[in-house]
Design a protein around this ligand. Structure first.
Ligand code: IPE
Ligand code: IPE
Ligand code: MG
Length: 245
């Protein structure tokens, strides 16, 4: 399928990219707009980067859309974000064929049992209908927290021990990984965080153990395909040693 983008060539591509979509509120404030306008603009950038990553052939990309801590925000703002999620889900259902042609698999990571029932239903359908696609996995992190993800995995394992199916010696890194939201995905190679913050904010805690980082002052709604290329170029030059020499 022909891409609408001019695709750059990279010698090395990260297998798994994590993107912290931050800065929507400040972007809106700078323009004298409501925060919701920032989220709307940010959602459109998500669509663009998602498509571009897929056209480039990135194996897996995880977008941080809503954290377990984001429930602390005013109800109105949360409602606005959920309504943007609803629009995206409806669109994804509608774009079934295009996404299929692109080979895009859409998955959700996080505890989605806390979002509205209609959203949960759509999430299930979308995950099911794209399950066989293998070009790019797009993970959307909703009500996601890295610590909570590890806790959930540990609890699952503890249940196995309680039932007598497992012993303490069976608990390995692989077993913990098997019980994360991302069991079949590679660990995160590159984490992109715009908005001038230098932190993970509870994103991919386990998977980022050996990630490379790319930070920038750009606010997410201003983030472009060129910025994404910049991050990938920076990654290309990194010397990953994993403790070796
Ligand atoms: C990221 O933008 C979106 C979510 C966390 C849902 P913010 O809303 O955090 O934007 P800033 O950080 O306030 O600018
Ligand atoms: C991280 O951004 C979460 C998402 C982008 C979904 P936040 O704006 O919530 O992070 P903090 O509060 O600045 O750490
Ligand atoms: Mg923020």
């Amino acid at each position: 399928m022909k891409s609408k983008f001019e695709l750059e060539h990279f010698e090395v591509l990260p297998k798994h990219v994590g993107v912290i979509m931050d800065g929507n509120g400040r972007w809106a404030k700078n323009r004298g707009l409501e925060r919701s306008e920032g989220h709307k603009a940010g959602a459109n950038v998500f669509r663009t980067i998602c498509e571009y990553a897929c056209d480039l052939g990135i194996e897996c990309i995880t977008f941080y859309a809503f954290s377990t801590e984001n429930w602390a925000r005013p109800e109105m703002e949360i409602k606005g974000i959920m309504s943007l999620l609803r629009s995206y889900l409806l669109e994804a259902l509608d774009r079934k064929k295009e996404n299929e042609e692109k080979g895009m698999r859409i998955k959700f990571v996080g505890d989605v049992s806390r979002v509205d029932k209609d959203l949960q239903k759509m999430i299930k359908i979308i995950e099911k209908q794209s399950a066989g696609k293998t070009r790019t996995v797009v993970n959307i992190a909703v009500n996601y927290g890295g610590k909570q993800e590890i806790l959930r995995s540990v609890k699952e394992i503890a249940k196995g021990i309680e039932r007598g199916n497992l012993s303490a010696d069976d608990v390995t890194e692989e077993l913990i990984e098997k019980n994360l939201y991302t069991p079949d995905f590679p660990s995160c190679d590159l984490i992109i965080r715009p908005s001038g913050e230098y932190r993970l904010s509870n994103f991919l805690t386990w998977q980022s153990a050996y990630s490379e980082f790319w930070f920038s002052d750009i606010l997410w709604p201003d983030f472009t395909v060129e910025n994404f290329n910049e991050a990938l170029r920076a990654y290309e030059k990194r010397n990953r040693r994993f403790g070796g020499i």
